[in-house]
Design a protein around this ligand. Structure first.
Ligand SMILES: Cc1ncc(C[n+]2csc(CCOP(=O)(O)OP(=O)(O)O)c2C)c(N)n1
Ligand SMILES: [Mg+2]
Length: 709
């Protein structure tokens, strides 16, 4: 061994107030079984510390404290245990690693750079700069080894739960005796912030109930968050809390003692039937002599003086961004990674021989591609739903669509946040997942909307499944940030939101969404569909399955009549907006409506046209899909010359001004609803045939917008 024992001794002298620095003597010269390190673990960990503090210093922005505090843990996990291949970050049976305390992103970037992922030193130097791949908070860059975004605290934890669940389910579906092609762990790092967040309760309670034994979480118990010592606002007994969730908890691990971390990790991996929480005591900013252990290291550059002092303390004589070849070589995981993957490929080869069809299916599903039969299935969904003639709530139409999709698509994975009978999310033949049997395709998430959505994101990001989950539209707010991340990362999830308006009636304003349609439409990359009947519901569903991104399907509680359509109109549904009723002759006014308001709008438009007016009705189930059409199509539906326009939607008016213009009107709801019978509530707020007729007549009688074409 090189004379590297000196460095830790210097560290001990400088930081002699802290017990964790007993590390050095017994760790120096520790030989790893999987690698012949020429260096000590502490030196390897210090590489992370140096890169992190230097990158943050250079950017003058970022979070050095967490990477410096968790470096020793990361060294053990990534050096000895993590199954991954930097040469092929997409290897399907890799272990998943999620940094839920994602502000410590320099930890992950350092690890990716050091172990040999295609992330160059230039990217580390460009930490947090526009256009670099080292964003302030890692998002989703699987080609680089970044599994998921983790900026919003606690969500990474829930994503990891989803990944671990996906692993368990995929294993149950595909593994065969002696041919365990799905067999990997999901690791997560989480801080005080993640555990303070409510979502940690939802996700971890759920993970405990489902016995996700291959989920291993490291809790960075450093007692510090931004405002200072957490003791003033976070005094939970976290270990007890997780034990109460039925987790396996390893308490009081010294996060700076590699041997203690190794022992804890081994115990966690040996525990097959419960997820594990390893509670690690650490010092935030470890190695920065004047600032460590304080919130000052959390989220800002240490400053040139403190960085220089840390160099001395750590025994790190190298210039910024210089990693000695020996340390680089010791970190490099490409050879071991390639060997690990080659072993798996050999196994998969045997699997392929024994189960060729399953192997093809596994390949297809983990690539996220729909099978060859999908087009026929999609056609069958539409055909089936077009047969519906009687009025039907679109939540029931949705179930009818699922009854075709579910049995045909092995990757479909349904669920609901405890509203299965109301959301109509269970399809015929769906089988519920339990802790004991993960081979089914439906999950009761319990009353956990945020948890459900973040878990679905994790399942989808893991690969192999197309998850959908239901709740009432009004409770989408509970899940909102996970929806946002699904949009940001373009995750294929289907959000089934029923009870879509004041039309739900008696449950009253707490349950009646008003602003939700508009606020969900405001999210970039969200595809929202509010179908008006069975045919539109069919298209909403098939589009959602095909989309590589999130889709919200917004459904009614109350029955709606089926609209008559020509074949061309049916074909136009997928365009998001189309002419449903056209008068004889050029329209003088356009009514635009969605979902449950189509039926009353249609009646009003027919009435007006019967009296010689020329009113067009446009059904606009998806403004996003409509906006994606070419201009010629859009103008054919909404001719710019026709400026008398009325939009009708039982929700906030904000969505519609862009379509009706200054000369138009919006019949919407910019206030909360009311508790009462549907038949009373709707007309009370003006959603009636008579009122629509009156509004259109008013528009036609005013000069505004008159014949300017
Ligand atoms: C949901 C959410 N709320 C707030 C923040 C802003 N934030 C970033 S880090 C942090 C404190 C986290 O404390 P801890 O997890 O203990 O991290 P440490 O300081 O120990 O690294 C906060 C409030 C966030 N990223 N996500
Ligand atoms: Mg903390």
């Amino acid at each position: 061994m090189r004379g590297s024992c000196h460095a830790p001794r210097r560290v001990r002298n400088a930081l002699n107030h802290y017990r964790a620095l007993q590390v050095s003597a017994d760790m120096c010269g520790y030989e790893l079984s999987s690698k012949s390190y020429m260096t000590t673990r502490r030196e390897l960990a210090n590489t992370i510390r140096a890169l992190s503090m230097d990158a943050v210093q250079r950017a003058n922005s970022g979070h050095p404290g967490m990477p410096m505090g968790m470096a020793d843990i990361a060294q053990v996990l990534w050096g000895d245990f993590l199954k991954h291949n930097p040469g092929n970050p997409l290897w399907v049976d890799r272990d998943r690693f999620v940094l839920s305390n994602g502000h410590g992103s320099m930890l992950l970037y350092s690890l990716l750079y050091l172990t040999g992922y295609p992330l160059g030193l230039e990217e580390i130097k460009n930490f947090r700069q526009l256009g670099s791949r080292t964003a302030g908070h890692p998002e989703h860059d699987p080609a680089l080894g970044i599994e998921t975004t983790t900026g919003p605290l606690g969500q990474g934890l829930a994503n990891a739960v989803g990944m671990a669940l996906a692993e368990k389910m995929l294993a149950a579906q595909f593994n065969r005796p002696g041919l365990e092609i799905v067999d990997h762990f999901t690791y997560a790092f989480a801080g005080d912030g993640c555990l303070m967040e409510g979502i940690s309760h939802e996700a971890c309670s759920f993970a405990g109930r489902h016995g996700l034994g291959k989920l291993i979480v490291f809790y960075d118990d450093n007692g510090i968050s931004i405002d200072g010592k957490v003791d003033g606002w976070f005094a939970d007994d976290t270990a007890k809390r997780f034990e109460a969730y039925h987790w396996h908890v390893v308490r009081d691990v010294d996060g700076h003692d590699a041997q203690a971390v190794i022992a804890a990790l081994k115990a966690a991996r040996d525990e097959k039937s419960r997820p594990s929480l390893i509670c690690c005591k650490t010092i935030i900013g470890w190695g920065a002599p004047n600032k460590q252990g304080t919130a000052a290291t959390h989220g800002e550059a240490l400053g040139a003086d403190e960085v220089a002092a840390a160099r001395k303390t750590l025994g790190w004589p190298y210039e910024p961004f210089v990693v000695p070849e020996e340390l680089r070589a010791a970190w490099d995981h490409r050879r071991q990674g390639a060997a690990a993957e080659a072993g798996w490929r050999e196994l998969f080869g045997r699997y392929k021989t024994a189960h060729p069809e399953l192997a093809r299916e596994f390949d297809r599903r983990t690539r996220g591609e729909l099978g060859q039969g999908w087009k026929d299935t999609a056609a069958q969904v539409l055909e089936t739903l077009l047969k519906q003639t009687a009025p039907q709530a679109t939540r029931q139409s949705s179930q009818a669509a699922l009854n075709v999709i579910g049995p045909a698509l092995s990757e479909i994975f349904g669920g609901s946040a405890d509203l299965t009978p109301s959301n109509n999310t269970m399809f015929k033949g769906a089988r519920t997942i339990t802790a004991e049997d993960a081979s089914g395709n439906y999950l009761h998430y319990g009353v956990r909307e945020f948890g459900m959505t973040a878990v679905m994101n994790g399942i989808s990001l893991h690969g192999g499944f197309v998850p959908y989950g239901g709740t009432f539209l009004v409770f989408s707010d509970y899940a909102r940030n996970a929806i946002r991340l699904a949009c940001l990362m373009s995750v294929r999830v289907v959000l089934v939101y029923t009870h879509d308006s004041i039309g739900l009636g008696e449950d009253g304003p707490t349950h009646q969404p008003v602003e939700h349609l508009t606020s969900l439409r405001a999210m970039p990359n969200m595809s929202l569909w509010r179908p008006c009947d069975a045919a539109e519901t069919a298209i909403a569903w098939t589009g959602a399955i095909e989309r590589r991104g999130p889709t919200a399907v917004i459904l009614t509680r109350q029955a709606l009549p089926q609209q008559p359509r020509t074949a061309q109109q049916v074909a136009n549904i997928r365009r998001g907006g189309y002419t449903l009723i056209d008068p004889n002759g050029a329209p003088e006014c356009i009514v635009i409506a969605t979902g449950s308001e189509i039926a009353i709008a249609a009646e009003a438009v027919n009435k007006l046209n019967a009296t010689g007016r020329r009113v067009r009705l446009v059904s606009m189930p998806s403004t996003e899909a409509f906006e994606a059409q070419d201009e010629a199509y859009r103008q054919s539906v909404l001719p710019p010359g026709v400026r008398r326009r009325l939009a009708v939607e039982a929700g906030a008016t904000l969505s519609w001004w862009r379509y009706v213009g200054a000369d138009g009107r919006v019949l919407g709801l910019d206030r909360f609803g009311a508790s009462g019978k549907l038949a009373d509530v709707y007309p009370h707020f003006g959603f009636s045939v008579d009122n629509i007729v009156r509004q259109v007549r008013d528009l036609l009688d005013t000069n505004s917008g008159s014949d300017r074409n």
